[in-house]
Structures are given as C-alpha cells and as structure tokens.
Write a protein that binds this ligand. Structure first.
Ligand code: MN
Ligand code: MN
Length: 470
C-alpha cells in the first residue's frame, strides 16, 4: 500500500456530493425535492403540516390508532395530538419490548403571531398587534409580503380556518419599515435594540366604512369584512391562533437549481424526510423493529406544552401501542421499551456560511452539499442544555449510514463560545432512549427564506429510511 492510499484509509474528512455527482443521483434528489417543495408550500403552520401529514399517512395505508383494538406486525397506524402533532408507526416483527426506532422532528417554525387583542386603527389605517414566535432577527420580517394563516374558534363550538395571501389573486400583508432617509438614529443603535417588538404591526386595511357616527371607520370596515367572510367578531380573536408567515411557494435557488429556498425548512425538511421514509420503508416486508415517525409542535419555544416534546404524547401513545400488542402495559413494560429504543432527533443544523466564517469552527462545521449532518451534542459553551449521544449508539448509526450509501457528515452548530441551540434530543433522551441529532444543514436558519441543498435533503431521507429498515 502506498503512503497516499494508507493516508486516505487512515484519515477522515466528509466528502462533498460534487466529488461524485452522477446524473442518476441528480435525478433522484431533484425528483425527491419536488415532493418536498410541495410539502413546504402547502403546510406553513403546525396545524397545516399536521393535516397534510395525516393525508399523506392515509394515502399510504396508515389507519388511526384509536380505530384498532389490537395490533400485529405489519400494521400501520397514526395518531394526532390536538391537531398540531402526529405520530406514525409501522409495527415490527421483533417484540416491542426490545425497543422501537423513532425519528422525531418538529413542524412549528419561527413566525409572527397575533396578540390576543390585536386590532386597532391609527391614522386611517387598521393594524394587528403581534408577538413573534421563536428566535427571529426582527429586521428580516419587515417590508415583506406576509400571508395570514390560522384558526379562529367561536363560542358556539365552531371554528374557521383562514389562509389569505398564498393565492396569486389574494392580497398580502406587511409590517412597515423606516425609510433609510430618516434612519440616521436607528442606524446607530445595536441590532438587538433597534426594532421594538411592540411596534411590529401588520397593516390590515386603509379604506373607510360608515358615517360620522363611527369614529374608527377603517377598523369598522375590516371588522365588517371579517364578519361577512368568516362570521367572526373582534372578541373571537381571544380564541384565535393566527400566524403571519412569508407569502409564496418554495423555490429552486441558483442557475443549476441545486438549492431550495423557502420559509419553514427548519424543521419541515426533516419532518418531510421522516414522513416519506416511513411511508417508503419496508414496502414489501415488515421492519424488524417497530418504526415510528413523530412530528411535534412548540420546539421553537422550548418544547413545552401539550403538543411539544415535553408533553406525554409519545409515552402515552407508545403505551397504547404496547397494550394493543400485548394486552397490557405497566410502568415496567413501558420503561423497558423506552430504554431499549433508538431515536434520531431529526432537526436542522447550521451549514457553514463562507460569508460569515468567524462564527464557525471550520474543522467541526456542517457544510451544505456534504450530506445529512449528525451532531453528537448540541448546545454551546459547556454543553449545557445538551443531549450528548452515547458513543456506542453513534457507532451503530455510522455503520447503518456507511452500509447504505448515505452521504453523511458530522459537525456542531458553531464556535463553542459564540452561542448555541438545542433540539428535542434532550427531552427524548430523558425518557431513556438512545438519541442522536441527525438532520439537514441549513443556510439562513430562522430567516423568512431558508436554504437547503437538494442533495442534503435527499440524503436526510435516505438516512432515515436506512434507520427504519435496519
Ligand atoms: Mn429546528
Ligand atoms: Mn429552529
């Protein structure tokens, strides 16, 4: 063996897809991404993504878990948590107490929510007051076409779903920004302080209705239009979940169309990959281990609450599945299943951005085009708020990816002292499962327009598929 060959055998650096870019791979990845772009364009909120995932599950033969009294290997089931989270499962051949293979992602994304008393009029314009959801750089959300998505629940028990600003013929909405000519003082401020969240007002209307008896004629016009179209009054906003998100569909980016640009790729890129993987897994066979794909809500605000990963949704669903398989599920059986289970925490990572090299440790960064990204640990600084995966588990996953031609890389979010971020991994790990962060590297994370390499999207799917079929 020559020294060169020996060095190549002994050393490791993740390969870029461009080192072996075949027409077949381009075709496979691009085909896969057409379905993914559709998933992005049709589901922009957790409710919409959940409903869309339910539809995809049913089209692929998954049946609602509550409709089955008993379960057997090969059965495909799904269950939904409050219209905002969904879990799909294929029952495996192996005894469930030997553990399941779970891929967990989230379908909430940073956005602009409404305050609970949002509507007001100022200077012949009607506005909504807002509160942002998740970590945003506020300036990115100004002077941008926004669409209104959401649900308003009325006291008679009915609700209306709203989606305005996605169809070409729809109006859009926007939050105004200050002209540069008068921004002299603003430009001197720190970025974090230059934009006051309490001044984030969405422009709703500008035309009057009514006679001089009415003081707020534009607000009156807006309320009348909302009542005529949806039958809602101002008090109904008390029980509404309205989200403003960037208007428009997912697009190809670049002359060669190698990237996808869209709102909400964190974390629908992994949600779609895991959903597609579980519907494609073991097409003509039954998986050894029970395969589970879970799409949860509230990750962007800390996974708290009824529909987040810190809820008991996963445990209770697993308990229901064990009961329907074995006739019972006590704490001991549930615990044994949990601690024998494996999980890929399917969330995006930061791709190295050559425009901002100073925040990355280039030798430990994820890169667009180098495949699915595994991160042994997340968090920043002293690994606080981190789930540090077991080396034994990482070795097993590495072998699965190597054996199945999955292009993968390993890396962490950024420089140790620069910042950090968490995923659902720590909450799953607290239940006793082996957990590894494994997802798609993203550029412009949390921006209204995030970027992902089509090959990384496709490799993320291949990774989850290999994991389910292992
Ligand atoms: Mn995420
Ligand atoms: Mn995020």
């Amino acid at each position: 063996m020559s020294d060169k060959t020996l060095f190549e055998t002994l050393s490791y650096s993740p390969k870029h897809v461009n080192e072996a870019l075949s027409p077949e791979l381009v075709k496979e990845a691009f085909n896969y991404c057409e379905g993914y772009k559709n998933f992005l364009s049709l589901g922009k909120t957790e409710r919409e993504s959940c409903a869309l995932s339910k539809k995809i599950a049913e089209e692929n033969g998954f049946v609602e878990l509550c409709k089955k009294d008993t379960l057997k290997p090969g059965d495909k089931v799904y269950t939904i948590n409050n219209k905002k989270a969904i879990l799909l499962a294929i029952i495996g051949k192996d005894s469930i107490e030997n553990g399941v293979n779970l891929v967990g992602s989230h379908i909430d994304s940073p956005r602009i929510d409404l305050k609970s008393r949002p509507l007001f009029e100022d200077e012949n314009m009607a506005w909504f007051k807002t509160q942002y959801y998740g970590g945003i750089k506020k300036y990115q959300w100004l002077a941008l076409p926004l669409a209104m998505h959401g649900t308003i629940c009325k006291t008679d028990g009915t609700s209306v779903d709203i989606c305005i600003g996605e169809d070409e013929s729809d109006p859009v909405f926007t939050i105004t920004d200050l002209l540069p000519h008068l921004s002299q003082d603003q430009m001197q401020q720190q970025l974090a302080k230059a934009f006051d969240a309490d001044n984030f007002h969405v422009l709703l209307g500008s035309m009057a209705k009514g006679d001089d008896e009415i003081k707020e004629k534009v607000k009156f016009n807006v309320l009348s239009m909302l009542y005529d179209k949806y039958g809602v009054t101002e008090q109904d906003f008390t029980s509404a979940e309205i989200e403003f998100v960037p208007s428009g569909k997912a697009r190809d980016v670049g002359l060669d169309r190698g990237f996808i640009g869209s709102y909400g790729q964190d974390d629908r890129v992994c949600a779609y990959a895991s959903l597609k993987a579980i519907t494609d897994a073991c097409k003509n066979d039954i998986p050894n281990k029970t395969a589970m794909c879970m799409l949860v809500d509230k990750e962007e605000i800390g996974s708290m609450g009824q529909t987040g990963m810190r809820s008991r949704f996963f445990e209770l669903t697993l308990c229901e599945i064990i009961s329907k398989l074995t006739g019972s599920c006590d704490a001991y059986e549930l615990n044994r299943t949990l601690s024998n289970s494996d999980c890929l925490s399917a969330d995006v990572g930061a791709a190295y951005d050559p425009q901002y090299p100073s925040v990355h440790d280039k030798k430990n960064a994820g890169f667009a085009g180098r495949g699915v990204l595994i991160s042994k640990y997340t968090g920043g600084r002293g690994k606080s708020d981190s789930s540090d995966a077991n080396a034994e588990f990482v070795a097993r996953i590495r072998k699965i990816f190597n054996d199945n031609d999955v292009l993968w890389q390993n890396g962490e979010l950024g420089k140790v002292d620069v910042g950090g971020g968490g995923t659902i991994a720590q909450y799953v790990a607290n239940l006793g499962l082996n957990v590894l962060d494994c997802g798609t590297p993203i550029l412009c994370m949390h921006a209204p327009f995030e970027l992902a390499s089509k090959f990384d999207c496709y490799m993320t799917y291949k990774a989850y598929l290999a994991f389910f079929e292992a």
